[in-house]
Write a protein that binds this ligand. Structure first.
Ligand code: GUN
Ligand code: FE
Length: 426
């Protein structure tokens, strides 16, 4: 029998479309050689004899993808939540990230991060490290051991930061980035590098130009921030007078999607129409970070507009703009903020549904990693087992209602099992 071939038994959920969750009560979800072989009411003849993990009354969902998270910010999450973005970066985030020049400090902080993300419903993530090569490689080592799959970026930033958190020169930044890529690109099974210009205010044109060249040489994906906060956007306009909108500040250096440059842009709260058009044309992934947009008072992201436009969109925790690492929480936050958008900003922008946020948290973000985020045959077998026995109820709930309760009420206690590409995490 092939390795990584087994079945999970329970009530299985996955998105059929953005608007429909396929629910299979008391069924067998078969993993064959690390891929989903499908969901069956009885175990098919061909799979008789494979190991079966009976999860009892539990719910089984595809693993969730966090498209945007800052690993070094995890341990201070929930501190400094009364500031807006630019002040928060200067006062809280930059001073903390400066400490990651000390590898022992970095180890303490990153160990806390990986322990918690391992227990969460996240199976895939795209994370920022800091600008420090050694600490970022340590984060990659620790993440590799968890079994989760991740893109992790050494951050690039050479302007407008404190002296303690700024690359010394463009040649230094280029050398560090190339050394980092050489060290890590073939080192891991689960972890891959992603180019990470922090955001336009942190990156000079010559640095962006070098990163564009490195992208074309190594074909690495890219992650950054876009149109998050109005003061940030006004600053980008000043810094880049020749661009019509923020996205062009990346695009002019070839760092904004396209076939050979898979790109995640976090936030996209205030994108003008031309920017949205370019996002769509280039296949850029939007990481919707609802909780962070609320905490840093960035605004309410018009997710309905993005779904209607048919752009790639998934969810991000944006730790530590966001304080919760749980993508189930990101789902409920996204529903709630979409209701405020509808009530306060646009009566035609219908609130998001459970089906839509489930789609974004699974296949929406998962597709950045390939065939990920579904249990249809052929998808990588990423699964999370949810148990709701600590949330008792006297009435009858449908399976979808039970899932909905977990979206709003769950914490780590409800996550009782996790698989990534057929490998059991716990
Ligand atoms: N823009 C640039 N850096 C950051 C960061 O660390 N967090 C958020 N939310 N936005 C940013
Ligand atoms: Fe961020």
């Amino acid at each position: 029998m092939k390795e990584k071939t087994f079945a999970l038994k329970g009530t299985v959920f996955y998105s059929k479309t953005k608007d429909e969750i396929c629910v299979s009560p008391d069924s067998y979800l078969v993993c064959e050689d690390g891929l989903s072989a499908g969901v069956f009411p009885v175990l098919p003849e061909a799979y008789q004899g494979i190991p079966v993990r009976d999860t009892g009354n539990s719910l089984i969902i595809p693993g969730l993808t966090d498209l945007h998270i800052h690993a070094p910010q995890y341990s201070f999450r929930s501190v400094g939540m009364d500031m807006e973005l630019l002040e928060w970066l200067d006062q809280i985030a930059f001073p903390e990230e400066s400490k990651f020049s000390d590898l022992e400090y970095a180890r303490k902080s990153y160990q806390i991060f990986v322990n918690d993300v391992k227990k969460s419903p996240t199976t895939r993530l795209s994370a920022f490290g800091t600008l420090h090569v050694e600490a970022t490689e340590l984060l990659m080592d620790l993440m590799e051991e968890t079994g989760l799959k991740a893109y992790i970026g050494k951050v690039n930033m050479d302007r407008n930061g404190p002296d303690t958190l700024q690359e010394k020169s463009v040649p230094d930044a280029k050398r560090d980035t190339l050394n980092w890529i050489a060290d890590v690109q073939d080192k891991y099974t689960n972890v891959k590098p992603i180019l990470t210009p922090r955001f336009t205010p942190s990156c000079s044109d010559p640095l962006m130009d070098e990163l564009g060249k490195i992208q074309r040489q190594y074909h690495l994906p890219v992650q950054s921030h876009l149109s998050e906060n109005l003061s940030e956007m006004a600053w980008v306009k000043e810094l880049c007078p020749n661009t019509a909108f923020y996205g062009e500040a990346y695009d002019q250096f070839g760092l904004f999607g396209g076939e050979d440059c898979p790109t995640i842009m976090a936030h996209c709260v205030h994108c003008p129409d031309e920017e949205l058009e370019l996002i769509k044309k280039r296949g850029v992934y939007i990481a919707h970070c609802s909780q962070s947009n609320t905490n840093l008072a960035s605004g309410i992201c018009p997710v309905r507009r993005y779904l209607d436009a048919g752009v790639n969109i998934g969810l991000g925790s944006d730790i530590a703009g966001g304080f919760s690492v749980s993508l189930l929480r990101a789902m409920s936050d996204s529903i709630q903020t979409s209701k405020l958008y509808w009530r306060l900003m646009d009566h035609n922008a219908k609130p998001l549904t459970l089906e839509e946020v489930f789609y974004m948290a699974t296949i929406g973000g998962g597709s950045f990693f390939g065939k990920v985020g579904s249990f249809e045959k052929g998808y990588e077998f990423d699964a999370v087992i949810l148990n709701d026995e600590n949330l008792p109820y006297p009435q009858e709930f449908t399976p979808l209602q039970r899932l909905e309760r977990l979206v709003y009420l769950s914490d780590d206690r409800n996550i009782i099992g996790k698989y990534v590409a057929g490998t059991k995490i716990f």
